[in-house]
Design a protein around this ligand. Sequence first.
Ligand code: MN
Ligand code: MN
Length: 465
Amino acid sequence: MNAKELEKELLWEAPHIAKKAPDQRELAEQFCEGYKEFLNEGKTERECVKKAISLLEKAGYTRFDAGKGYKPGDKIYWNNRGKALVASTIGTAPLSEGIRMNGAHIDSPRLDLKPNPLFEKGEIAYFKPHYYGGVRKYQWGAVPLAMHGVVVKKDGETVEISLGEKEGEPQFCITDLLPHLASEQNTRKLSEGLKGEELNIVVGSIPYMDGEDEKIKTPVKLLAMKLLNERYGMTEKDFTSAEIEMVPAVKAVDIGLDRGLIGAYGQDDRVCAYTALMAEMENASPVYTTLTILADKEEVGSVGNTGLNSDFVLHIVEDLAENQKAVLRTVLRNSICLSSDVNAAYDPTFASVYEERNSCYINKGCVLTKYTGSRGKSGSSDASAETMAKVIQIMEENGVFWQTGELGAVDAGGGGTIALLVARMDVDVVDLGVPILSMHSPFELASKLDVYNTYRAFAAFYQGR
Ligand code: MN
Ligand code: MN
């Protein structure tokens, strides 16, 4: 055997997909049109749930009903408080043989309004936010923002807010200093480039006038509140029973002359949510029952009853077990789950925080991540060799382009996913997702070929024996 043959036989490197399978470019292109639409319509976890339910119902899913007996091929969903969603297709194998689970999250880093957010200073009206999840605060200044969320008013009515997305609607913005006057600010650490209490969002600049303006202390704030009242029927007090999220007012677009990438807000982790949902919906008759989980609160530690630290998924598996007359713990023990989340793509500009051989790269396919965590794998679930082998086999049998990747070099930082929370239920689990550039920024980048192959990985996982 010559060296070239031996190299092919013994060594391994994930290829650029466009070199190996150029025909996938067109397929990825087509698949990602729906993905971009999903990103534009789902800027918050609530909007993603709403959009997902409309897609699921069109595909024949109905809300789970404990009184009904479900048979193979039946499609059902559970809506957890409008902020998390689980969809399932009943398999032909008995439930006791286990479930094919797939958990993505639909919350993304953003700026949440504080419970008492509206104020006026220097004749400008502002919103005060408290940032949600890991944001680099300096990235959020001088960027157009849109307002999304819900207000539950005193009379009990819930009003949905989405302002700043449609053509012609007003938007909002955090100011930053001009370079001419930034000499002091420039000496700050980057993490304090904009401080938490400097993220003041401009919402108005015109005072409310009735000819006796001297009596009013904050006429600009008053006009802003009046305009909110006209739009949504709310008063200042109603902010305390609201969840309002300020997100980048940008649409998903193609990036690069070759259109190989998608630039958008919130791809972590709506990219896995969308691909999982598509694979779930088109699966007519799986062997194993599927469970597609779109969770909330991952970016703040999966806390709360819509996050995976709660037992809501366990209760849903219990619903299924009772319905199919299976023993819950047997079902869990035999189940396998993909913890579907993004990973940090190697960025040549910032090469020093990556370890080249164990980073994931754009355009090399979905990334299988054995462990996350930091400082010696702390906070990681660390998938077993057996679980890795099982998932790899499913992907290889179906010609899915995949790679492996670690979140940055050892001790460069780290992060976590929902994997350890799934493992706590006695389920085998491993992380799989899409490599992302500029993760957690207002405008993240992902490769269309990677998105498409992540979808193919999920489809193979749901269909596999
Ligand atoms: Mn994520
Ligand atoms: Mn994240």
